[in-house]
Design a protein around this ligand. Structure first.
Ligand code: SAM
Length: 234
């Protein structure tokens, strides 16, 4: 059987590269985004009633890794990146059909000159991610607090505190006008410690950078805390 699927929408996200995106939704609440509905799916009546929901399920396509073969066994970061586990026991993006699933905050519907847009937050989606479907989150059946969550029993720890250099502090004063809550957004992204597992294990003073919006956020780990050293417009 062959299936043909086409995206119903595309995500506009401040996450411009995979590095730094949280591994699940809900971890970085200041990550905002917009889903632009495409082509024949851009029908306002298809979204009537959606505003009564606070959260939505998004099914999406891992477009940036879709050219890579799926891996039956993967090494999830949650296991320190060195133990293997089956693909279907993880949320790895290297999977058959490259389909991702995230529950996100729904902030509102916008319809301007016939263009439907959905405002979302607390997501884990790369810019330009194709959206395959949208469904309301229904707590009575979707929220299962007693479920066994295996290796995901605990939410990831945010072990490192984040400090800003004086250069960054003064740049943020202006940047906050363009990107409200940018400071909190940077704090939340970096507190997840985006470094790959093998780098966390060794002491290092490497410089890293993460792109959020059109900004290159430069940082390093120093004395068990993250120091944001500069922010540069790209
Ligand atoms: N919540 C989803 C799920 O469980 O199916 C995604 C989980 S996956 C572990 C999350 C990671 O996917 C993010 O940290 C980011 O690096 C990556 N990602 C997000 N959007 C992507 C895209 N469009 N293409 C490829 N990778 C993407």
């Amino acid at each position: 059987m062959q299936l043909t699927i086409e995206p119903i929408g595309i995500v506009h996200s401040p996450y411009k590269q995979k590095f730094g995106i949280p591994r699940q939704p809900g971890l970085v609440t200041h990550a905002s985004g917009v889903i632009e509905i495409l082509g024949k799916y851009n029908r306002p009546e298809a979204f009537e009633g959606i505003e009564q929901y606070s959260h939505l399920w998004l099914e999406f396509y891992f477009h940036q890794t879709a050219d890579k073969e799926w891996k039956p066994s993967v090494r999830p970061p949650r296991l320190g990146g060195n133990k293997k586990i089956g693909c279907f026991a993880t949320r790895s993006n290297f999977r058959p059909n490259n389909i991702g699933l995230s529950v996100v905050q729904f902030k509102g519907l916008e319809i301007k000159q016939g263009q439907v847009k959905l405002h979302i937050a607390a997501h884990d989606l790369l810019d330009q991610t194709p959206i395959l479907d949208i469904k309301p989150y229904i707590p009575y059946s979707d929220a299962l607090p007693q479920a066994n969550a295996g290796i995901f029993e605990q939410a990831p720890e945010t072990t490192l505190s984040v400090e800003l250099s004086s250069t960054v502090e003064s740049k943020l004063v202006h940047l906050e006008n363009r990107y409200p809550n940018l400071t909190e957004f940077i704090y939340q992204v970096l507190a997840q410690d985006p470094r790959p597992a093998y780098m966390k294990a060794k002491a290092n003073r490497d410089d890293f950078s993460i792109q959020l919006y059109d900004l290159d956020i430069k940082w390093r780990v120093q004395d068990k805390q993250i120091l944001v050293t500069d922010i540069i417009s790209v």
